[in-house]
Design a protein around this ligand. Structure first.
Ligand code: TRP
Ligand code: CA
Ligand code: ZN
Length: 452
């Protein structure tokens, strides 16, 4: 008990140091804050094209869904256009974005006899003539709280925007995030927004990414069949994490990207399925239940926080952030830092318990692993001194990355370790093994990455 109390006070000290630093650098040099927590391979060149999206913590995305659920519950069970739950949803997002340094605009329009709102958030900086947009509709239908449709897309777009702020990301392009009103009444808000842009403003939007239903409880992984560059960016991301995708050929007219597409703007997006039935072939590759809808609660009162598949929400949120980063940094391709494999599934670490692991199965390489294998570790934890971390090679050999230590007094393990793995076969299953060796503080493996 005494030990724990002293830990808390030391942690407070560390937190106030960060706050002091934040006050010192202000908004001027946010990269100084991002540096210690961002795992960057040491060999990566400092070119802007090296920009890599951070992993999006799915717990943060879910916390926003919990808020949307509370908003609906307090306002007659929905967040529909013209109802108080819609405006409360806008206010929730706006407060977060304002606090993170965004320039926000609430755009009003009238439809169906009531006032609707779009929320637009601009990240200061970047080339004003090249605007990358990402958006989601924020309204629900009136029959339910709309947590998958479309709290999921709304929360993931918010969390990507907040990640941009946390990272102090300075993209080449200008970033603009948007939440649309009255989508469920016929894409009304997004049509109003695009219709109100001048021809010049429209021509500056280099792409629009749409996220409508990305946490379906019996999920599929669908990528809109649209702009080839955007489509490839999403497909490559999912291929990199070993998740098969299918092309969504019926997205036209179904969500807000249509308003942009009709104005000649390149569009793309992600979708985990609505009322259609999952086939047995789809259940084989994605898991879940064949013969059942992707979302049995689509447009129903049961579209609550229970109507979410966390893995789908996590993967799609990470894919969203990846696309925002990749499509806003130059026109250049990935830097030649080697091939990266990543597992972003969260693994809970039991308090003072047995070891747990996250694994990566590597195939198609020849020979041994390199002498400078880069091991990206992202563990969210309230006291990293409790943790012992090892890299386990396919043959079971262990490489100690970090020991437990009472003096290792900080949160989280976000590091890139270099391991001489030249005596190990590259192909096979590699594991990140983590054990919590002391009571009270807990956490989870957020991501495990290997760069060969
Ligand atoms: N909100 C959309 C709708 O009600 C959901 C949807 C169905 C969708 N099919 C889609 C979204 C395809 C994107 C792509 O129509
Ligand atoms: Ca994650
Ligand atoms: Zn809908």
């Amino acid at each position: 008990m005494t030990i724990h109390a002293s830990r808390i006070s030391r942690r407070r000290t560390a937190a106030s140091a960060v706050l002091a630093l934040a006050a010192l650098v202000g908004g001027a040099a946010p990269t100084a804050l991002a540096a210690p927590s961002t795992p960057v391979a040491p060999s990566a060149p400092a070119a802007p094209s090296a920009a890599t999206a951070p992993d999006i913590p799915v717990a943060n995305v879910k916390a926003h869904l919990t808020q949307f659920q509370s908003i609906a519950s307090a306002n007659g069970g929905n967040r529909a256009h013209g109802r108080p739950g819609y405006r409360a949803s806008v206010d929730y997002l706006k407060a977060k974005l304002d606090a993170a340094g965004y320039t926000t605009t609430v755009q009003q329009f009238t439809t169906n006899g009531s006032v609707g709102y779009n929320l637009i958030a601009d990240w200061p900086g970047g080339d004003a003539d090249q605007v990358l947009m990402a958006g989601a509709h924020l309204d629900s239908v009136s029959s339910g709280p709309g947590i998958n449709d479309n709290g999921s897309g709304s929360a993931a777009v918010l969390e990507a925007a907040l990640a941009v702020s946390r990272a102090g990301y300075q993209p080449d392009k200008h970033l603009r995030f948007a939440w649309w009103g009255a989508e469920e009444l016929g894409l009304v808000g997004s049509r109003y927004y695009v219709g109100n842009l001048s021809a010049t403003e429209r021509s500056k939007i280099s792409g629009y990414l749409n996220f409508d239903m990305i946490g379906s409880p019996n999920p599929g992984y669908f990528v809109y069949d649209d702009d080839p560059v955007i489509e490839k960016t999403f497909k490559d991301y999912f291929a990199g994490i070993g998740v098969p995708t299918e092309i969504e050929t019926e997205a036209d007219g179904r969500s807000d990207h249509t308003s942009f597409k009709n104005a000649g703007i390149p569009v793309g997006g992600l979708f985990t399925g609505a009322g259609r039935t999952k086939t047995s072939a789809q259940a084989q590759k994605w898991g879940g239940t064949a013969g059942q809808a992707f979302d049995r609660c689509y447009h129903s009162s049961c579209d609550t926080t229970s109507n979410i598949n966390d893995t789908a929400l996590d993967r799609n949120s990470d894919a969203l952030a990846h696309a925002v980063w990749a499509l806003s940094s130059g026109g250049t391709t990935e830097p030649p830092t080697g091939d990266t494999y990543e597992n972003t599934n969260d693994v809970a670490i039991p308090d003072n318990g047995g070891a747990v692991s996250s694994s990566l199965s590597i195939t198609g390489r020849t020979g041994n692993a390199p002498s400078n294998l880069q091991v990206g570790v992202d563990i969210v934890h309230t006291w990293r001194g409790d943790l012992v971390v090892d890299l386990i090679a396919p043959d079971g050999s262990a490489y100690r990355l970090k020991n437990a230590s009472g003096s290792d007094s900080a949160d989280n393990v976000r590091e890139t370790y270099t391991v001489d793995a030249s005596s190990e076969t590259a192909n096979g299953t590699w594991q990140l093994r983590v054990q919590d060796t002391a009571r009270y503080d807990t956490g989870y493996i957020n991501s495990f990455k290997l760069t060969f």
